[in-house]
Design a protein around this ligand. Structure first.
Ligand code: PEP
Ligand code: MN
Length: 338
């Protein structure tokens, strides 16, 4: 349930109202927008009489939120969430960023790839140190050594880094190294203990859509993180498993406007895992941009044929540079006054 507070309410009246609600055993979530202040009421709100609330002087109107996701719901928080990823990089609310780098951190080539993607306009460096591989015999990533390499690249280039966390027991290693963005991969999109664990940190999280996850499941996964206190969540459309076999996954372009409508959280498109083939990555990146994503995550490798993982979908730095120039043109087209 949400209660829209009148513009005329004083901060004291608002505090008094919140204390009254919380005193009845509910949790609250206050969203102070430019146009209005909204108090989200979380709990079994069937016990609350909406007419009683509406009779209060400071309340403009009361609305039931029927969806099970609350904190991620745009009704609770009408304005776009803007996430500060460090190094002056903001995502959401009109701030568009591109995360790029190799699928796996592999060693000394990371810095060369990082320099190249930065030169092409990427603002966040990606690289997997802990890799979720289908086979236990495939490379599992460099682990903590990979985190160190990412930190070295960050120090040289002054750009935030994003890397995947798979095991709650590694969370402290991410906190100690001040990892800027934690990625939760598609395979862990419903790993509830892991979601709760990252929810206890204050590190921005990029939450990927599950391999066969619905939009509602993605929103509920975000709710797990947010309900622990961490509201810095970005949602990532990275393709879903369908009956199609010509591509690795199917990029659900619909999910972009649907999510933008349902939630205030930034939405990121990942055309690399969505397609699985280098030749399809750029067109799908353009489609995601045109559909209104707040950012993209794209895999780039200097020698795709030698990549430890996902070489078949990597762009070379040259291809990435070409993509960035076109993405900028698409952004101009969709944000222009017409
Ligand atoms: C990745 O980003 O390399 C990755 C494994 O992504 P996903 O979880 O979307 O498959
Ligand atoms: Mn990958």
């Amino acid at each position: 349930m949400i209660a829209v507070v009148k513009q005329s309410a004083t901060p004291e009246q608002l505090q008094h109202f919140i204390a009254w609600i919380e005193g009845r055993g509910f949790k609250t979530h206050v969203s102070q927008g430019e146009a209005e202040t909204i108090v989200g009421i979380i709990g079994d709100t069937s016990l609350i009489d909406p007419f009683l609330l509406e009779s209060m002087d400071i309340i403009d109107r009361v609305q039931r939120v029927s969806e099970p996701f609350k904190k991620a719901n745009r009704k609770f928080h009408p304005e776009d969430t803007v996430i500060d990823c460090g190094h002056g990089i903001l995502i959401g609310g009109g701030n568009f960023q591109v995360m790029a780098g190799p699928c796996s951190v592999e060693g000394a080539n990371l810095i060369a790839i990082a320099r190249a993607v930065k030169a092409a306009g990427a603002t966040i460096l990606r690289g997997g140190a802990y890799k979720p591989r289908t086979s236990p015999y495939a490379s599992q990533g460099m682990g903590e050594q990979g985190l160190e390499l990412l930190c070295e690249a960050r120090a040289e280039l002054g750009m935030p880094i994003i890397t995947e966390l798979m095991d709650p027991r590694d969370t402290q290693a991410f906190i100690d190294r001040k990892i800027d963005i934690i990625q939760i991969g598609a395979r862990n999109a419903q790993n509830f203990p892991l979601l709760r664990e990252v929810g206890k940190t204050d590190i921005p999280v990029l939450l990927k859509r599950g391999i066969a996850g619905t939009i509602d499941e993605l929103l509920m996964a975000a709710e797990y993180i947010m309900s622990e206190g961490n509201e810095k969540v970005m949602l990532c459309e990275r393709g879903i498993r369908t009956f199609e076999t010509r591509t690795r996954n199917t990029f659900d372009v619909n999910a972009v406007p649907v999510l933008k409508n349902l939630t205030h959280l930034p939405v990121i498109g990942d055309p690399s895992h969505a397609t699985g083939y280098t030749r399809y990555v750029r067109p799908v990146a353009y489609a995601a941009t045109a559909a209104g994503v707040d950012g993209l995550e794209i895999e780039v490798h200097n020698r795709p044929s030698e990549a430890w993982s996902d070489g078949a979908q990597a762009l070379t730095p040259e291809m990435f540079g070409d993509a960035m120039r076109r993405i900028a043109r698409i952004r101009e087209a969709i944000t222009a006054e017409v």
